[in-house]
Design a protein around this ligand. Structure first.
Ligand code: GDP
Ligand code: MG
Length: 177
């Protein structure tokens, strides 16, 4: 209710998107709860977690939405993207096809989300870099070309997880403050 909003200056809706099994749910769990589950189940329906952060002496509530992305009803897709101010678009650095599909996810964003949505491209699973299929330089080039922010992360060992979310939140903050 209203009580929860006490002291909150801004509410930012963030959507987790990307191919199945790239680590969207575990990135969210790591960031919000500092937890990681190796046997993470496919997300059923839509879930969200809240995290409150201080930015520039303001209190920002990030509402992070997560789904398996296999919605059969366009009404759900529309609701998922409605009002989203940021997207964390994730691929798995050990699975080339998940990087190749990033274009498809950008198209989906352009179809359903606000055109000013801030997008953070994330190459997850750096702890498995011995199995890497996507060179970091290639991803950096791609992100630059598309005007996306970019970081590689690991939800397993926490590498860059907080910086990825914070960078996205501060991009949004800069556009609203
Ligand atoms: P989602 O379908 O994109 O939400 O992916 P999940 O978060 O459910 O993760 C899919 C699988 O990858 C699970 O077995 C996770 O434990 C595993 N996983 C997620 N992030 C990482 C990571 O950074 N490193 C490793 N080694 N495994 C990860
Ligand atoms: Mg999931």
């Amino acid at each position: 209710g209203d009580f929860e909003l006490e002291g909150i200056d801004y509410m930012f809706k963030i959507v987790m998107i990307g191919d199945p099994a790239v680590g969207k749910s575990q990135l969210m769990n790591r960031y919000v709860k500092n937890e990681f589950h190796m046997n993470s189940k496919a997300t059923i329906g839509v879930e969200f977690l809240n995290k409150t952060v201080h930015m520039d002496h303001k209190l920002v509530k990030a509402q992070i939405w997560d789904t398996a992305g296999q919605e059969r009803y366009s009404a759900i897709t529309a609701a998922y993207y409605r009002g989203a101010t940021g997207a964390l678009l994730t691929y798995d650095i050990t699975k080339r096809h998940t990087f190749n599909n990033i274009e498809k996810w950008l198209d989906e964003l352009h179809r359903h989300a606000d055109k000013n949505i801030a997008v953070m491209l994330v190459g997850n699973k750096t702890d498995l870099s011995s199995n890497r299929e996507v060179p970091i330089e290639e991803a950096k080039e791609f992100a630059k070309e598309k005007g996306l922010f970019f970081l590689e992360t690991s939800a397993l060992d926490s590498n860059n997880v907080e910086p990825a979310f914070l960078s996205l939140l501060s991009q949004i903050y800069m556009t609203v403050s």
